[in-house]
Structure formats: C-alpha cells, structure tokens
Design a protein around this ligand. Sequence first.
Ligand code: DGP
Length: 140
Amino acid sequence: MKRDPDCIFCKIVEGAIPSFKLFENDATLAFMDINPLNDGHCLVIAKPHHPDLFDLPPALLAEVALSLARVARAVRDELAPEGLNLLQANGRAAAQSVPHFHIHVVPRRMNDGASLNWTPRPGDMKAIGQLAERIRARIG
Ligand code: DGP
C-alpha cells in the first residue's frame, strides 16, 4: 500500500497516532475531524497515500464513496442535522491542508455561520457554453 512517512493521515491509518475511528475496511477509513466546523464533522479517507483526486485511482474513489454513504447516513441518523455538506479539497488554492485524499462530512444547521456558501449570480451564458464545449471534448 502506498504510504508517505511524513503524512499525518497515513500515521492515523497505521495507528501510529490516535483518532476517533468511525468505520474502516480494506480500502477506506472514517474518523472524526479534530478541527470540526460543526459537531459531527468527520472525514472519509482512502487508506493508501494519494495526495489528491487526480492521483487517486477512480476505483478507489468508488470505494470512498461507498464508505461515505454509510458514514453520512449514520451522522444524519445520530445528529439529525438540517443539512449536510460533503467537501473535498485539491491543492492549496482550494484550501487543502492535508495532502492525503479525503472527503469532509459536515453537518449543517440553518444560520450556523459556516462561510461555505456563496451568493449565486447569473453567469455569462456564451462563456459557460464555450467552456462546456471545451471540457466535454476532453471527457471524450
Ligand atoms: P483539508 O484542509 O481539506 O485538507 O482538511 C484537513 C482536515 O484534517 C482539517 O479539517 C483538520 C483535520 N486534521 C488535521 N490533522 C488532523 C489529525 O491529526 N487528526 C484528525 N482527526 N484530523 C486532523
């Protein structure tokens, strides 16, 4: 399994540093975030060390998604939040602080003050359409 000896999440996977584990299987691990945005904030990670989405094999992303679905339902059933965000950061510009692939599960309440939301503004339809064409061509 790929690992990085300097990675905090690899150390959590190995049990070298403690965590509040929620769920684990061969491919994935879920544990509580120690800097929670709200109560119940937890993380679902791939066990092997892949820094971001682009390094992560798609089949492993699918494994993370399966674990995520279980964990998110458990968080919902226990905390009954009014909403729930899944967040996933790639790169410093996206505010990724731990370069080991993970998805945040963040329970939300109305007016909880979390500054994740932006004000929707109408885009330029011509520019949106042109970008769609360019991205579509790359999906193939
Ligand atoms: P991100 O910024 O998206 O890479 O999120 C990393 C999260 O990891 C952040 O919310 C805080 C959390 N975190 C950092 N170090 C530790 C740790 O040692 N243990 C646990 N449980 N969470 C950590």
